[in-house]
Design a protein around this ligand. Structure first.
Ligand code: NAP
Length: 483
């Protein structure tokens, strides 16, 4: 394949191995968030195109499910190699439509390849069981089978790797898939169509649609041939999809919003905690579901921590993701700028003090300064809501019990982090936190080998790791009598 990122920019949808426009001919503009300029268009597909994609996936499933694990693993390995070989153009495409720095885009694309390779390896380890029989003349066995056609909907903040976590296990187990990437970052999603075809996956195994979220989502969640819905996005949209999927009792995996607490105890290594806070808060300009949303610092080290955090945040280089050394790209759009601004205004009106940043950057595109706010309190909106931007609110606490109670006081339960050098405290706090992902003295913990997912209203199911395969498998019990 070529090294030019433009080769991966397809302005068509991918159904049954064929690239085409929407029936209506209508197109949607896609923007570069660093400049606000239009960089291309994608088709505005709706229910009819979705139905066609589901029918193609259902037909493909009849033969694809009968391929051997060995054959599927070989195609997935090829897919992982193709992603690696084209890392640079894929990363450039990602930065162009999403804004994150090229360094982060390269990391995301590399992560996509790792997920695919992981599931290539796991494809060959889908074991069943034999169960000791309570009857002398019968034998009991348990096998695992592909769920069927999967409907996948993904967000704009990780347009490549969020699809890797769904396409990987679906293809590994023998499922076929219909994907709808986010409208703001569709090109990295459509690129999966090119890559999967090149890797040898048969027509209809992977289909990719862009267009009306409610029409595509409505069809995916109601069509009887779709066996499973896998969604990554906001809890708000997750609730809608869960309700819609209930009418045909589909299997569901939901990777939803977070409100990650970041606790720093008096006995922590402050420099390590500051580095972790910067990494977990400002990655992707604060637009990740595992970004620290609330930083709680014990009173004894509060002021020292804040001073170092403000200096580190001020030192982050901001600019277009294509500029050398940039660490903070733009936010995704104007609405995101307004949203972040409203959190800052709310905090200031309730006694919050800005010690770094606090305003929009005056240049083209959607840039907001890395911001640190102290005197944060529970009545401020960010105590309950996901900020999804580069604002770090710092709260003060006195005791371990208080910190745990504050950290758990949310409807979310995706990721959390805490810093301590006391081994007993590391275990105590880790066991009390009601979160699916816990970073102890670490601010970046995502890897393809570990389960990713949330407690409470942060979701249902896990992605990555051996657990990430289970959600794409049915369990079949076979009882053989008359032996
Ligand atoms: P979003 O608004 O929920 O959108 C996510 C996806 O859902 C997009 O493809 C969107 O399509 C689609 N969608 C919107 N309304 C829909 C509907 N009625 N029916 C079907 N699909 C619909 O989320 P976002 O703003 O893109 O992403 C940010 C959110 O994702 C945050 O809450 C973040 O925490 C969460 N997230 C979670 C994880 C995780 O693993 N837990 C990972 C990353 C992000 P359009 O783009 O066409 O609107």
């Amino acid at each position: 394949m070529s090294t030019s990122w433009a080769q991966f920019k397809r302005e068509e949808i991918f159904i049954d191995g064929t690239w085409r426009k929407a029936d209506s001919g209508r197109m949607i503009d896609v923007f570069d968030p660093a400049s606000g300029e239009v960089i291309g268009q994608v088709p505005e597909a709706g229910a009819d195109e979705t139905r066609a994609a589901i029918e193609a996936a259902a037909r493909a499933f009849e033969t694809y499910r009968k391929t051997t694990a060995e054959e599927r693993a070989a195609m997935l390995r090829k897919l992982a190699s193709l992603i690696e070989d084209n890392k640079e153009p894929l990363a450039q495409l990602l930065t162009k439509e999403q804004g994150k720095s090229l360094t982060e885009s390269r990391g995301e694309v590399a992560m996509s390849a790792k997920y695919i390779l992981w599931f290539a390896e796991e494809a060959r380890r889908v074991y069943g069981d034999t169960i000791p029989s309570p009857w002398a003349d019968r034998r009991l066995m348990v096998t695992k089978e592909a769920v069927g056609v999967v409907g996948a909907i993904t967000p704009w903040n990780f347009p490549s790797s969020m699809l890797a976590r769904k396409i990987g296990p679906a293809l590994a187990t023998g499922c076929t898939i219909v994907c709808k990437p986010a409208t703001q970052t569709p090109f990295s999603g459509l690129a999966w169509g090119l890559l999967c075809a090149e890797a040898g996956f048969p027509a209809g195994t992977v289909n990719i649609l862009t267009g009306s979220a409610s029409k595509i989502g409505g069809e995916l969640t109601s069509h009887p041939d779709v066996a499973k819905i896998t969604f990554t996005g906001s809890t708000e949209v997750g609730r809608i999809l869960l309700a819609q999927a209930a009418t045909t009792v589909k299997k569901v995996s939901m990777e939803l919003g977070g409100n990650a607490p970041f606790l720093v105890f008096d006995d922590a290594d402050i420099d390590r905690a500051v580095a972790g806070a910067i990494a977990s808060k400002f990655r992707n300009s604060g637009q990740t579901c595992v970004c620290s949303n609330r930083i709680y610092v014990q009173a004894g080290i509060h002021d020292a921590f804040v001073e170092k955090l403000a200096i580190a945040a001020a030192g982050l280089k901001l600019g277009s993701g294509f500029e050398d050394g940039v660490e903070q790209g733009p936010l995704i759009d104007e609405k995101a700028i307004e949203g972040v601004g409203s959190f800052v205004e709310d905090a200031v009106s309730k006694g919050g003090k800005i010690v770094q940043g606090g305003k929009r950057v005056q240049r083209d595109g959607f840039f907001y300064e890395p911001t640190v706010i102290v005197n944060a309190s529970s009545d401020m909106r960010f105590a309950r809501e996901e900020i999804f931007g580069p604002v770090a609110p710092v709260f003060r606490f006195e005791t371990e019990e208080e910190a745990i109670a504050l950290a758990n006081d949310t409807e979310y339960g995706l990721a959390c982090y805490f810093y301590t050098r006391d081994l007993g405290r590391a275990f105590r706090v880790s066991e009390e936190l009601r979160y699916g992902i816990v970073g102890v003295n670490e601010g970046v913990v995502t890897t393809e080998v570990a389960p990713f997912g949330g407690f409470k209203q942060s979701g249902v199911g896990r992605e990555g790791s051996k657990y990430g395969l289970d959600d794409y498998l049915e369990t079949k019990y076979v009882c053989i009598g008359g032996i």
